[in-house]
Design a protein around this ligand. Structure first.
Ligand SMILES: [Zn+2]
Length: 504
């Protein structure tokens, strides 16, 4: 406007040139308006801030390009480029790009050296304000330092709305929060699928596998772990808590199938006893005794029958009771040669039936074969006899058999049966079926099951409990199931006593 007033004064002195001046005036005015800049202008790629048509070399602060809405920053008239600036009016930091425009809604790497090898990643929101604290972007969560705005990488302890706070992990490369299972610096961790909170302590997956994460570090535990007074074992690779029988460190252990707690002492499973050291839990080579109980006779090869009692039926009841009782002892596995009254070897003669019973005992690894019978036919006799192997051919079974028999005899005496003694019995001199002599020429055992047990390396004995044709025995030991069960239990106690078995 100064220039315009000057022109007006000139025109007052030059009337002759009035028309020309008016034309000139109009031209000048237009030119003056065009040159009288205010605010932000870009001249050949260089931003300037104008005041009264002139570049203001003292200008500090923000300026907005009305055309684009982009913001620029000036320090003494010089636009900021690739530079951070603090605006005291908003009390916030901003970043200005290489073209001078303010960074908005983006991540920026702010180097601290010329080589750009060190620096920090920061994020600016839609208004260009540096973000601090938690922020969601690119489908994930990030954390920016509350004072510097630096993007957090690695482990971080952040508030989670509770007094506790939470440990989380931000990716070392892109800074995004991890969820689920994550392998970090040689260890496995687990972070909540939603909150990213690091798991500590026990964790059960959807597949119902249990894991353990260290209470302090959060690292997944592997191998043996002592926790709350119990030992557990977590797979060395997967970290999954192991249950049942587990082999590690050169030994077998047993972990409860529900809780995973290491077990000690005797355990019975799959028809077998196992022993785990009371201190170490290591499975020990336990000398598991296999006993085969042979309920004498069956519905095809019936025995004696008196007073309405059938021998194969009462033998079977005694055998069942004996098995049940004996299985209460750790360290013994019990089999029956037949578990119904029917003959297990259909179509067999008595001789091959008996041989097959001892063959079966051999097949299950028996060390003792006990054939359970009741007697009849000797006038006036009452009570038991037990037969054991003679001392011929393989003499060790004679000694074992005698000792087992004596143990059983003691128990049968204790329940009141008359004692007719224990003995071995040789076959007679007539070799009518080729079985009366052992291969070494010695007299064979008379009873088929004792003889064939010896051939199989098994101690075979026969227990004749009572006389079915004796009224006293029938009344006191044979006439009801409770009595039969008592005899079966007595047999079991005798067998257990011989092997030195102890109840848990
Ligand atoms: Zn019999």
């Amino acid at each position: 406007m100064k220039g315009l007033k000057k022109l007006c004064r000139i025109s007052a002195f030059g009337g002759i040139l009035a028309v020309g001046i008016v034309v000139a005036l109009l031209q000048m005015k237009l030119t003056a308006l065009a040159e009288e800049r205010e605010g932000l202008y870009c001249d050949n790629g260089e931003w300037h801030y104008y005041i009264n048509g002139e570049i203001d070399y003292d200008y500090n602060g923000l300026a907005v390009d009305e055309a684009t809405g982009k913001k620029y920053w000036f320090d003494y008239g010089v636009p900021a480029r690739e530079k951070e600036a603090y605006n005291p009016e908003t009390d916030a930091w901003y970043w200005f790009e290489a073209d001078g425009s303010m960074a908005v809604d983006k991540d920026v790497f702010i180097p601290v050296n010329e080589e750009r090898t060190a620096g920090k990643w920061v994020r600016y929101d839609c208004d260009g304000n540096m973000i601090k604290g938690e922020d969601f972007r690119y489908g994930g969560w990030y954390w920016f330092d509350l004072s510097t705005g630096e993007m957090k990488k690695g482990f971080a302890y952040i508030p989670d709305g509770t007094d506790e706070g939470k440990w989380v992990y931000y990716d070392e490369i892109n800074g995004q929060m991890h969820h689920g299972e994550s392998f970090i610096c040689g260890g496995w961790y687990r972070f909540d699928d939603i909150t990213g909170k690091m798991q500590h302590g026990e964790y059960c997956s959807e597949e119902e596998n249990w894991y353990l994460y260290d209470e302090i570090t959060g690292i997944m535990q592997k191998g043996e772990v002592f926790r709350k007074n119990n030992w557990y074992y977590y797979d060395e690779i997967t970290g999954i808590m192991q249950k049942g029988e587990v082999y590690h460190h050169g030994n077998s252990y047993y972990y409860d199938t529900q809780t995973g707690i290491m077990q000690y002492g005797f355990m019975y499973r799959n028809d077998k006893w196992y022993y785990y050291n009371e201190t170490t839990g290591v499975m020990e080579n336990y000398n598991n005794v296999v006993v085969v109980l042979d309920p004498g006779h069956d519905s095809r090869h019936t025995g004696a029958s008196y007073y309405g009692l059938k021998e194969h039926e009462i033998n079977f009841k005694i055998a069942l009771a004996c098995k049940e009782e004996l299985e209460k002892y750790p360290g013994v596995t019990v089999y029956l040669t037949h578990d119904t009254l029917a003959c297990p070897f259909a179509g067999s003669s008595v001789k091959t039936d008996l041989e097959q019973r001892t063959d079966y005992a051999a097949s299950v690894g028996a060390s003792l074969f006990v054939s359970l019978h009741n007697n009849a036919g000797v006038y006036g006799f009452s009570g038991f006899e037990i037969y054991y192997p003679n001392s011929n051919y393989a003499s060790e079974y004679n000694g074992i058999g005698r000792d087992v028999s004596e143990c059983i005899a003691q128990e049968l005496r204790n329940i009141g049966l008359n004692d007719n003694g224990i003995c071995s019995k040789d076959s007679d001199a007539y070799d009518d079926d080729g079985t009366n002599w052992y291969p070494d020429g010695s007299r064979a055992d008379y009873y088929n099951v004792i003889r064939n047990s010896k051939y199989h390396g098994i101690t075979g004995i026969i227990v004749e409990h009572a006389y079915m044709d004796n009224k006293y025995d029938v009344a006191n030991f044979l006439s009801d199931d409770e009595m039969l069960i008592e005899m079966g239990k007595a047999d079991a106690r005798g067998i257990a006593a011989y092997y030195g078995l102890r109840r848990n």
